[in-house]
Write a protein that binds this ligand. Structure first.
Ligand code: GTP
Ligand code: MG
Length: 359
């Protein structure tokens, strides 16, 4: 809270000054008479501005981001006026353009990628199939998929740690269970699980049920020290999967707390688990806040609950992270897929919509 003082010969004049400078937002804290000399005195009014520095800083930051975004869009529109006009006029391209926007792909990215695709087919906007293929090729070049468990793990001296982090209820525990089953049954590895989620009632029970079914050891840790002790106890296992507490990670402090618990001498790979039905802007903010954890990759869940899969691709275009897995339903263990370019592209341009590619 900011405090300011105003001085004037009379209280009326001091209040007039306050009103002129600060408008109606100021809160009067008090006033007093201040003697300047034996004959002369003034009235001092102390006022407070309700807005806290932190809030105005945050709003300044978001205003700056907004302005940057508008500037980017404007220069894009000005520099690409002709192409834009052509996109608007030519039926096959507009169809594709609108269908991509309907699926939630970012407008600016859609435009830029389509513009490049159009250039590749030498500006002939009637070649729908070729434009769609060129668009897919452009996009495929820009997004990255990862295979975190591709290595053999058999000769690893130390266990590899993978933490499932992300907002509340996105499917961290369910995804961990799906992958634990995959590693145990399909890969014949011997994973173990650590739960750091002792915050929510029933959270450990939920994980214990999965661990019991899969005959996988589970250790519960409530602090950074207990976490490190748990890792020591489970040394013989090649892979340790760590379940974490879901919090509102739009609050940066929660990310810092989590980084504090996971931090230490050992490297922990973080899977940032995100709900594909969330709003584009919220996903963007969440990923931004998780940057201090340097996520290994993103996992998107609940793809089965939305038709707008564009927001997944938007994040891959925005951030330097790849995507490793896609959650496609509630069933454990079967409703999970390793993310592939083919699958991601088919979510945006379903087959039969402009694609002639046989994959
Ligand atoms: N439809 C659908 N539901 C899913 C998917 N993944 C998880 N869920 C459901 O989402 C709900 C929350 O899943 P959890 O695994 O408990 O989520 P969490 O992130 O661990 O939640 P917290 O620990 O409370 O933050 C459960 O009902 C899951 O069955 C998915 O891919 N598709
Ligand atoms: Mg959970």
């Amino acid at each position: 809270m900011q405090v300011k003082t105003f001085r004037a010969p009379t209280i009326g004049q001091a209040l007039e000054q306050v009103k002129r400078e600060l408008g109606q937002d100021a809160i009067i804290l008090g006033n007093r008479k201040v003697a300047l000399s034996a004959e002369e005195s003034v009235v001092e009014v102390m006022v407070a501005l309700e807005r806290e520095a932190e809030v105005s800083q945050a709003s300044n930051e978001s205003m700056r981001n907004g302005i940057e975004e508008i500037k980017g869009l404007l220069s894009l529109l000005i520099s690409s006026k002709d192409t834009f006009a052509r996109l608007q006029l030519e039926q096959p391209v507009t169809e594709l353009y609108h269908s991509l926007l309907t699926r939630g792909l970012d407008e600016k990215q859609t435009f830029l990628l389509l513009k490049k695709a159009l250039r590749q087919v030498q500006g002939n906007p009637h070649e729908k199939e070729r434009i769609a293929d060129a668009f897919r090729a452009q996009l495929a070049e820009k997004i990255r998929t990862c295979r975190p468990f591709a290595g053999s793990f058999l000769h690893a001296d130390e266990p590899q740690l993978y933490a499932f982090v992300g907002p509340t209820g996105v499917g961290k525990t369910t995804t961990l269970a799906k992958l634990a089953a995959h590693l145990k049954i399909k890969r014949r590895l011997d994973p173990a699980v650590i739960s750091l989620d002792t915050y929510r009632i029933g959270a450990v029970d939920q994980l214990r049920t999965y661990a019991d079914i899969l005959a996988i050891p589970l250790v519960v840790a409530q602090s950074r020290e207990e976490f490190h002790q748990a890792v020591e106890r489970l040394r013989g296992h090649p892979i340790l999967l760590v379940d974490t507490i879901g919090r509102n990670f739009l609050r940066k402090q929660h990310v810092a707390d989590l980084a504090g618990t996971l931090g230490g001498s050992r490297q922990v790979h973080s899977f940032l688990v995100l709900n594909a039905t969330a709003k584009d802007e919220d996903l963007k903010q969440t990923i931004q806040h998780f940057r201090p954890l340097d996520p290994h990759s993103l996992i998107f869940t609940k793809l089965d609950e939305t038709m707008s899969h564009g927001c997944i691709v938007n994040q891959l275009l925005r951030f330097p992270y790849g995507v490793s897995y896609l959650g496609i339903g509630q069933r454990v263990p079967e409703d999970i897929e390793a993310a592939t370019h083919k699958r991601l592209l088919s979510l945006l341009i379903p087959s039969g919509n402009g694609s002639s590619r046989k994959e």
